[in-house]
Design a protein around this ligand. Structure first.
Ligand code: ZN
Length: 280
């Protein structure tokens, strides 16, 4: 199943268009996309045999983030070996966890305002959305706590990300508009193997990143196990799981986003994001 956020209302994406969940359920489930995750099991049970008779055509550009206001929004640094190498760091033996503060989150089709004087960079990522509370979860059980997967861009301003000693990543990755996700959430049962999905991104049509999530150093289930040993992962929380090689910082010469650039990001089996860069 695919669910989405159509101009602020929760929808199920069907072959016949968008089914408004609040209307189709006669109010059993509310219209707010973020509110569905604490009711995830009940929602899945109801959605399993809902009719798509009320589905309507919709404008792709009206889609917003499938989990627009998580209580916790995590990013994982240095989680693909080729990206670790281009970054000049050592391979971490524990997840390198930072926050993308939720105020930076936007939807699949958005503008990215480039901070003046900054070095703004792209990072395509698989994003996992938590469906049921995860605390001390084993890797073997981890996928059952995930509502689904979506595409994310962990847009990063490298000067502020790497300033200070030790550097702290969270602020430089949390400027407004630096967390596009979407275009919808795809539930785990839709994937033949959710641990092996191609992902990539292009800038102005030039492919910059291309990899598979099977190359993750710490897989999604392992991340959930390690993170939930410390923090309680809450329904609707999101995890940006790391980016592969090909970011602007790792190129020779380095390349930063400029006004007018268009970033297109995709994950196999999900869909794509489109971001337009504008001057700050
Ligand atoms: Zn990242």
């Amino acid at each position: 199943m695919r669910i989405g956020n159509l101009a602020g209302r929760l929808i199920i994406l069907t072959d016949n268009g968008a089914l408004d969940v609040a209307r189709a359920s006669a109010g059993r489930f509310g219209p707010e996309p973020q509110a569905i995750y604490p009711q995830w099991r009940e929602f899945l049970a109801w959605a399993a045999d809902v009719s798509d008779a009320g589905a309507e055509l919709y404008e792709l550009e009206s889609l917003r983030a499938p989990a627009p206001a998580p209580r916790q929004s995590f990013g994982i640094g240095l989680n693909y070996r080729d990206h670790v190498a281009e970054s000049g760091f050592a391979v971490p033996d524990q997840p390198s966890v930072f926050t993308k503060f939720p105020s930076c989150l936007t939807g699949p089709f958005s503008d990215v305002v480039l901070p003046a004087g900054g070095h703004t960079d792209w990072e395509v990522e698989l994003v996992a959305v938590i469906g049921t509370t995860a605390r001390n979860v084993s890797a073997a059980d981890a996928w059952s706590h995930v509502a689904g997967l979506t595409v994310g861009q962990d847009i990063s301003e490298r000067i502020s990300q790497l300033a200070g000693s030790p550097p702290q990543f969270s602020l430089g990755k949390s400027f407004p508009g630096f967390g596009p996700t979407g275009p919808w959430l795809v539930t785990i049962d839709e994937f033949a193997n959710p641990d092996d999905l191609e992902l990539g991104c292009s800038v102005n049509g030039d492919q910059m990143q291309k990899a598979r999530t099977s190359y993750l150093i710490i897989s999604v289930p392992q991340l959930i196990a390690k993170m939930s040993a410390v923090v309680t992962l809450l329904p609707g929380d999101i995890i940006f799981t790391g980016t592969p090689a090909g970011v602007g910082m790792g190129r020779e010469p380095q390349r930063w986003l400029a006004p007018g650039d268009e970033i297109v990001s995709y994950v196999e089996g999900i869909g794509e994001l489109r971001q337009r860069c504008v001057a700050g």
